[in-house]
Design a protein. Structure first.
Length: 320
């Protein structure tokens, strides 16, 4: 028995460590290639050889499968552990989002982007795809100087530069002063043209925003006043999808604020071929569920603790 295992280990060493192919091993040990093949398989089956894969983006496949069934979406990517940016500067959630997005980008295709921190995290991790001849389209108005790092104009340019693609900018504010001004802006030919192109995009990278006072980007940016936020909550809003307030079933909240947002509305977003959202944290659970219920997201990238919360249970990993 020991002699047999010695032979298995010797073949395994030559194959896995010394990188010899089966023909070279057969010639060196004076045995047939079929015998070498059997010994290599035996080395794996018997535990003589153990293979460890250190994935650069470790994922939770079991949670991904459960999320697909729970949320009724097409794809789910769950990064292991917390999605916090690591001390080394690596951003696993952004990297996983960029990988998921790149899989959907086709030759001569187009990508629509909105605004927000999660959107930026993904865009920062995109890699060149000049051969695909892509176009990036701004699908929501600009926040201007209020949020330059997460503004739609900045992110559209960043994405186009990263992908080595062309881009189209939406020359309009994120939120108009009043409903009449919003309607007038949307009817301008230049703005209408960009929004129409966004509606024809192959993939859209959406932003999912919370509705609570402490974490709402719309509120902290000054677009949604405290009074408007309270009114939205009283009307059943659980968050926003690319600036549009929705309820727990994914239906738009009828409000003055939503009517002033310059961008694609809920029905337009629902009609897009593929929509990807990247979101995590307890404050995003409600809006993720609502967006999925309303058929507004095709794919979701999140982290392990958030996946557990979406499934209705705690993971023991939540931050205190």
């Amino acid at each position: 028995m020991s002699s047999r295992l010695d032979t298995v280990a010797e073949v395994a060493t030559l194959h896995f460590i010394d990188r010899l192919d089966q023909k070279e091993i057969a010639e060196r040990l004076h045995m047939s290639r079929s015998t070498v093949s059997r010994l290599v398989h035996e080395a794996l089956d018997s535990g003589v050889v153990e293979i460890t894969i250190k994935h650069p983006l470790p994922r939770e496949s079991a949670l991904e499968d459960r999320l697909l069934r729970k949320l009724g979406i097409s794809h789910a990517w769950v990064v292991s552990g917390h999605a916090d940016i690591q001390p080394s500067g690596s951003d696993r959630l952004g990297s996983l989002g960029a990988s998921a997005l790149s899989q959907r980008l086709v030759h001569d295709g187009s990508l629509a982007v909105c605004w927000g921190r999660s959107t930026r995290r993904v865009i920062e991790q995109l890699t060149p795809a000049r051969e695909k001849n892509l176009r990036v389209i701004q699908m929501i108005g600009s926040s201007g100087s209020k949020n330059q790092l997460t503004d739609g104009v900045e992110l559209t340019r960043m994405a186009a530069h990263a992908l080595q693609a062309r881009y189209e900018l939406l020359n309009a504010p994120l939120v108009a002063d009043d409903v009449a001004s919003a309607a007038s802006l949307k009817n301008q030919s230049a703005i209408r043209h960009v929004l129409d192109d966004a509606l024809r995009a192959d993939v859209a990278l959406l932003g999912l925003g919370s509705i609570d006072r402490e974490t709402s980007a719309l509120h902290s940016s000054g677009y949604l006043s405290t009074e408007e936020l309270s009114l939205a909550q009283s009307l059943g809003a659980v968050g926003d999808v690319s600036g549009i307030l929705i309820d727990s079933s994914g239906q738009p909240i009828s409000s003055d604020f939503s009517s002033r947002v310059i961008g694609l509305d809920v029905e337009h977003i629902r009609a897009l071929p593929y929509t990807l959202a990247v979101a995590h944290g307890a404050n995003k659970v409600g809006i993720i569920r609502a967006a999925a219920a309303g058929g507004l997201i095709s794919g979701l990238v999140t982290d392990e603790p958030t996946a557990h919360m979406l499934l209705g249970r705690t993971s023991g990993m939540e931050r205190k």
